[in-house]
Design a binder for this molecule. Structure first.
Ligand code: 5GP
Ligand code: MN
Length: 351
């Protein structure tokens, strides 16, 4: 990767030439993959098929089973440095939906001196780490950027591409709820439905397909619920458990309580190693909070990892969140959301 000659949002010909330039190509997304990571990767893989570009797709993490209904899901491999299928270093590495390079985990080992990295993303935080960067902050999801590329390159939207893009936008907008639910995002989804996506089937698989063990874990997590600072901060946590693999959405229970401004879900992923999900419903930027703990993310949703005792973590986190709430003069009864829809330039949030 040559840092000096980085290209930022180039004209489409440069991207097209990159994709068709030959040599091996690996497309990856971030670990702890969410719907946009998986949906975008599947869609991008379908796009490369349409362009006749041979490639591999991988994620350096366990893939959530609930996305296995997506056409093309079984083509995503688990990245493994020992697996000789992967060329290390590779010629071309395309990174989707990862705001910072460490987010792709061990797949970083594919990057050598000669590797050309294409970074396609909508996150705010993080440097433009690719040789070529397509960064569109206004996009509701990385999937939205890929939809635009399909149009630019006249790529026919196959069933695989359509489902991948739809899942990316659906999940990153929180089921069309967050402030990134733009008219453009909805227009794209309308078009994808006209191309054969059944939204009911998607939501059934993504949101109404919970494993019994995971719902039991949710019950245990909710039993830990604690509120601080006059109910403005809410925290739930879950100790390490072997059968639990899907805790996506647990933090929403904490953040959906009336009056809660900041919420956190703390999950022990290894002994004394915690993954923290932060959500903001107010003007506090949780990406800044996460950054203080070595993580990152976005205004309204961010995260970090923590090594140490849970009691210390909770104390430090509550102190930090409380400091921010006070600095932003947020009190019980503060209004978090306006009746009028945000216009495209008012605020951007992505996941
Ligand atoms: P979630 O809480 O859903 O896992 O993550 C919300 C958002 O926070 C993600 O989309 C990602 O941008 C960011 N995020 C979560 N964990 C980390 C982390 O450990 N490091 C960084 N830099 N960002 C994270
Ligand atoms: Mn995303």
């Amino acid at each position: 990767m040559n840092v000096e000659s980085k290209i930022q949002n180039p004209e489409s010909k440069i991207i097209y030439n990159y994709l068709l330039s030959g040599g091996d190509l690996l497309a990856v997304s971030h670990f702890s993959p969410d719907g946009d990571a998986i949906g975008s990767l599947i869609a991008f893989s379908g796009m490369l098929d349409q362009l006749g570009v041979e490639h591999l797709t991988a994620i350096a993490d366990v893939l959530p089973e609930k996305y296995s209904f997506l056409p093309g899901f079984d083509r995503i491999r688990k990245f493994d440095i020992q697996d000789s299928t992967f060329k290390i270093p590779c010629n071309r590495l395309v990174i989707l939906d990862a705001g910072a390079l460490p987010r792709i985990g061990s797949a970083r080992s594919c990057i050598g001196k000669g590797t050309k990295v294409l970074n396609i993303d909508h996150h705010y935080s993080g440097p433009c780490y690719g040789d070529i960067n397509i960064i569109t902050h206004e996009a509701s999801a990385t999937a939205e950027i890929l939809y635009d590329l399909c149009e630019e390159f006249s790529i026919e939207i196959t069933e695989q591409i359509a489902y991948g893009l739809f899942v990316g936008i659906l999940t990153d907008t929180g089921r069309f709820r967050f402030s990134n639910t733009s008219s453009k995002a909805l227009a794209i989804c309308a078009d994808l439905i006209s191309k054969g996506v059944n939204p009911g089937w998607v939501t059934e698989n993504v949101y109404y397909n919970l494993q019994f063990e995971n719902v039991q874990a949710l019950a245990r997590a909710l039993s830990t619920i604690e509120c601080h600072l006059d109910g403005l901060i809410c925290i739930v946590s879950l100790d390490r458990e072997k059968d639990v693999n899907d805790t996506e959405g647990f933090v929403e229970y904490a953040s959906s309580i009336t009056g809660v401004a900041l919420a956190a879900f703390i999950r022990e992923i290894e002994d004394k190693v915690y993954k923290i999900s932060l959500r903001s419903r107010c003007s506090v930027d949780v990406a800044e909070v996460a950054a203080k703990f070595g993580g990152g993310g976005h205004l309204k949703a961010a995260g970090f990892r923590y090594l140490g005792a849970k009691e210390d973590l909770i104390k430090n986190l509550v102190d930090e969140l409380a400091w921010n709430i006070t600095a932003h003069k947020i009190t019980r009864g503060s209004k978090f959301i306006e009746r009028t829809a945000l216009q495209p330039d008012d605020e951007h949030i992505e996941f």
